[in-house]
Design a protein around this ligand. Structure first.
Ligand code: ADP
Length: 186
């Protein structure tokens, strides 16, 4: 977890690679659907371009289908899900059914202003439609209102690792691995 631009996607790839599990990014799946012009993509685009969350029913169904894929049987990392309290409940139900368990929630903490400049930079590199300053600010606001409260829910379960997301990419990765007790490969 972490606000938009905290570096979730980047770190997710390293964690997933280490544990040999898929990194499932709802944002990436939505964007793939948008570029393929699927019905899901057309629906999601309206929300994404405005910096709003895609409705829970749409997102939940998509995640449910994705974690049913063969590569997720022995575990998975979720990037960008759950983002609402309703999604937390839905995820609990899904993994109860599949027999998985939530081992850890990694929260990346970063400074808001630092984030805006990172995202504006990303806009130049990746050209994401939702990386304009107005939409970035809206995404930050939606995150604070709807997603930040989830951290308390998971803290009450004792599975949250708060990680400082500022610094070089590999420094942040090391902090995460230390928190997750990953023994470095030599
Ligand atoms: P970021 O973390 O930088 O905001 P993402 O790629 O994770 O970017 O998400 C981009 C957009 O995709 C979000 O602003 C939202 O519209 C949509 N989205 C992604 N995950 C979810 C989710 N769990 N619930 C609802 N909408 C989502």
């Amino acid at each position: 977890m972490g606000p938009p631009g905290a570096g979730k996607g980047t770190q997710a790839r390293f964690i997933a690679e280490h544990f040999k599990i898929p990194a499932i990014s709802t944002g990436d799946i939505f964007r793939a659907n948008v570029s393929e012009g699927t019905e899901l993509g057309i629906e999601a685009k309206r929300y994404m371009d405005a910096g709003e969350y895609v409705p829970d029913e749409v997102t939940n169904l998509m995640v449910r289908n994705r974690i049913d894929d063969a590569d997720a049987v022995s575990g998975f990392l979720l990037d960008g899900y759950p983002r609402t309290l309703a999604q937390v409940e839905e995820l609990d139900g899904m993994i109860k059914f599949t027999g998985h368990r939530l081992d850890a929630v990694v929260c990346l903490t970063v400074d808001q202003d630092e984030i805006v400049s990172r995202l504006l930079q990303r806009a130049q590199v990746e050209g994401r439609a939702d990386d304009t300053e107005d939409v970035i600010r809206r995404r930050q606001q939606v995150y604070l209102e709807q997603t930040a409260p989830l951290i308390e829910v998971y803290k009450a379960r004792g599975i949250v690792h708060e990680i400082d997301g500022l610094g070089e990419v590999d420094e942040v990765t090391q902090r995460i691995f230390t928190a997750l007790d990953v023994v470095p490969e030599s």
